[in-house]
Design a protein around this ligand. Structure first.
Ligand SMILES: C[S@@+](CC[C@H](N)C(=O)[O-])C[C@H]1O[C@@H](n2cnc3c(N)ncnc32)[C@H](O)[C@@H]1O
Length: 269
């Protein structure tokens, strides 16, 4: 479980500077360590409320039949957005995040049907194809006795999640320094069926400070709109998305799950 103790020395600005220097594996390792340590306390300390804002926007769109709406929570972390959606009556949720340790915390909360350990970008998200039960045994007086039963998930054939598998994809707090890249918007769109929605929040300053988002994120959104991939549902300004940092929650209806628009070139690290 995450350590929910509070501390008073978390500096988000400094954290961004450290994140900038890390490659993908190092960043995932940092996320794992953060999840095991002070992640939730730190997010509370900076006054993060993206998970509430995104969940509210999704609830505003789906006013009925929420229990049947299939949601993919991208950058699910420890499950805060999923917990909010659950409170609103959503029941069919999967999560995806590259951090195993974030997943472990979310798993204790029993929110997601499936939780994929994957790094989301413009590539197709794979799904697992095998699940096995095995028993752990130990030797006692020359006999093997079972001491535990485990479910082992084998990723033997990494097939992509089918296009249009979900009604809705969300991302709360994931479009930030060295986290989820802009091209993930393609995959968040591909997995949603036409008529479903993509909903996410973003801090205004990240659109300026973060290389991966600056001059890329908003222009791609405008292109999705102008080329009829998405239709705008709502853009809402959120004062203090984190303390002292405004942002927005945006909701778009998917018209075309697999656009022919080329993905953005990757940035050199
Ligand atoms: C600020 S946390 C937000 C977690 C959760 N959505 C919430 O609102 O509480 C950002 C999450 O994005 C995850 N993340 C980072 N890079 C990612 C990627 N490329 N694909 C998917 N998730 C990613 C991190 O592991 C972390 O759990």
């Amino acid at each position: 479980m995450a350590n929910n103790s509070t501390r008073n020395n978390f500096d988000l600005k400094q954290d961004y500077e450290i994140r900038k220097t890390l490659n993908r594996d190092q960043m995932i390792e940092k996320l794992n360590e953060w999840a095991k340590g002070n992640y939730e306390a730190d997010m509370k300390m900076v006054g993060y409320k993206g998970f509430e804002s995104v969940s509210k926007a999704v609830g505003d769109f789906y006013t009925e039949n929420r229990e049947n709406i299939k949601v993919l929570d991208v950058g699910a972390g420890t499950g805060w957005a999923g917990m909010e959606l659950q409170k609103l009556g959503f029941k069919r949720m999967d999560g995806v995040d590259p951090s195993k340790e974030m997943m472990k915390v979310a798993e204790c909360r029993n929110i997601y049907d499936k939780y994929y350990i994957e790094y989301v970008d413009g590539n197709r998200l794979p799904i697992e194809t095998g699940m096995y039960l095995y028993t752990q045994v130990c030797k006692y007086r020359d006999r093997y006795v079972p001491i535990g039963m485990y479910i082992l998930l084998i990723v033997s054939n990494r097939l992509p999640i089918d296009e249009g598998s979900y009604d809705c994809s969300i991302c709360a707090g994931g479009f930030s320094e060295n986290l989820i890249p802009t091209n993930a918007l393609f995959e968040m769109t591909r997995v949603v069926k036409p008529g479903g929605i993509v909903c996410f929040c973003i801090q205004d300053s990240n659109l300026v400070k973060v290389d991966e988002l600056r001059g890329r994120f908003m222009p791609l959104i405008e292109q999705f709109l102008s080329e009829g991939v998405w239709q705008e549902v709502r853009r809402e300004t959120i004062t203090d998305l984190i303390t002292g940092g405004d942002g927005a929650v945006m909701t778009f209806k998917v018209l075309i799950s697999e656009p022919t628009i080329p993905q953005l070139p990757g940035l050199k690290k």
